[in-house]
Design a protein around this ligand. Structure first.
Ligand SMILES: Nc1ncnc2c1ncn2[C@@H]1O[C@H](COP(=O)(O)OP(=O)(O)OP(=O)(O)O)[C@@H](O)[C@H]1O
Ligand SMILES: [Mg+2]
Length: 346
């Protein structure tokens, strides 16, 4: 019998742990390990409980005189895959008295890693598209279009568009990373939302007129104050209103509505709410949860054609988070969409 302290010791550890005796039976399992592998495992052979070749091979090598090490253990459950890094250690000197297993949940690390990889791949792809176009036109200007001034003008105009698009992507990425960096620091300058709505509406007037759209403001007759960063809140309303104009169809009305109220849910207390309402074709519910992801677009082709980078809503989400607010998107197919930003006043 091994030291009786071992079961008591490992049951005090929050991460799953197992202690295997000299013969490979599970002599002790803490509650986390039973939750992970099942309540039946104590007294059983570890092979039955673990069943994953990489980990079993490591344990076998450890019993055969090895020094232990690390292996991966993956568990597929209803809510997806959990990945553990298992550390295998020999207990006792000269001949294993037992083997100790410690499971560390590294699922979140892997997810972060995957997100980073996706992000780099996305950025490269987004930049490569305009870059390829520019390089192609340079070649054409040097070769077939040499001396053709009409073609040169046309190609240079396209090249300028593409270069501007790359510029937009880079500056949007920079502002995104700036907001992300500040996210933990809540800004607290007094900001008048009624003024802010009016100034955004004024800035977008030409664009609205171009699309044949009307811009209406509601609820901005009295001052509505919140604590925040004025430029960033302006950016939020601008991005949402630009989207409403871009995707809200022509000859329709885009409404910027301001209101105040009390919240009882996760956001408690006095709040101000800005709603940007369009009468466009609406968004299919399958897209709603992903809309604020970087580079996510419902119709990539259409968004690109309109000069979109797919970063507008990602920026909105991070600014709203920084203000400890909420963004809620509702949409009815064929009737339009509402993007509601709720900000705490206190
Ligand atoms: N009001 C809206 N109605 C319908 N679809 C919308 C609306 N707002 C956003 N979308 C969809 O969400 C996608 C993401 O919007 P987002 O603002 O992040 O990017 P974008 O408008 O394509 O580019 P930009 O970076 O220039 O804003 C859009 O491509 C569009 O498909
Ligand atoms: Mg946009």
């Amino acid at each position: 019998m091994t030291n009786p302290l071992i079961p008591r010791l490992i049951s005090a550890v929050p991460a799953p742990m197992l202690f295997l005796d000299r013969g490979g039976l599970i002599e002790a399992a803490n509650p986390a390990a039973e939750a992970l592998l099942g309540g039946w495992i104590r007294g059983r052979n570890h092979v039955a409980a673990l069943r994953q070749p990489a980990l079993l091979a490591l344990i076998e090598a450890t019993y055969a005189g090895g020094r232990g090490g690390e292996a991966r253990f993956v568990q597929t459950g209803q809510s997806g895959q959990a990945v553990f890094r298992v550390t295998v250690t020999v207990i006792g000197d000269g001949g294993a008295e037992g083997v100790l297993l410690h499971f560390e949940d590294v699922t979140h690390l892997r997810e972060a890693e995957e997100m980073r990889r996706d992000f780099v791949a996305n950025v490269s792809h987004e930049l490569r598209t305009p870059l390829t176009a520019i390089l192609g036109f340079i070649e054409t200007l040097r070769g077939p279009a040499k001396g053709d001034t009409a073609a040169q003008d046309r190609f240079l105009a396209i090249m300028e568009d593409e270069a501007r698009r790359m510029n937009r992507i880079v500056s949007d990425l920079l502002s995104l990373s700036r907001v992300e960096g500040q996210e933990r620091m809540r800004p607290d300058d007094p900001v008048a939302l009624d003024d802010l709505l009016r100034s955004v509406a004024a800035a977008l007037k030409p664009q609205a007129a171009e699309n044949g759209n009307a811009l209406a403001i509601e609820g901005a007759d009295n001052p509505v104050m919140v604590r925040g960063d004025k430029d960033q809140l302006q950016q939020v309303v601008l991005n949402l209103a630009e989207n409403a104009l871009k995707y809200g169809g022509t000859g329709k009305t885009v409404t910027l509505r301001l209101s105040e109220g009390e919240e009882t849910g996760s956001l408690k207390g006095a709040v101000a709410r800005i709603e940007v309402i369009d009468q466009g074709e609406g968004i299919d519910p399958v897209h709603l949860p992903r809309l604020t992801e970087r580079f996510y677009r419902v119709d990539t082709h259409r968004s690109r054609a309109m000069g979109g980078t797919g970063l507008g809503l990602a920026i909105v989400k991070h600014i709203v988070n920084r203000h400890r607010g909420r963004l809620k998107i509702t949409s009815v197919k064929g009737e339009g969409s509402t993007f509601a930003v709720t900000l705490p006043k206190g």
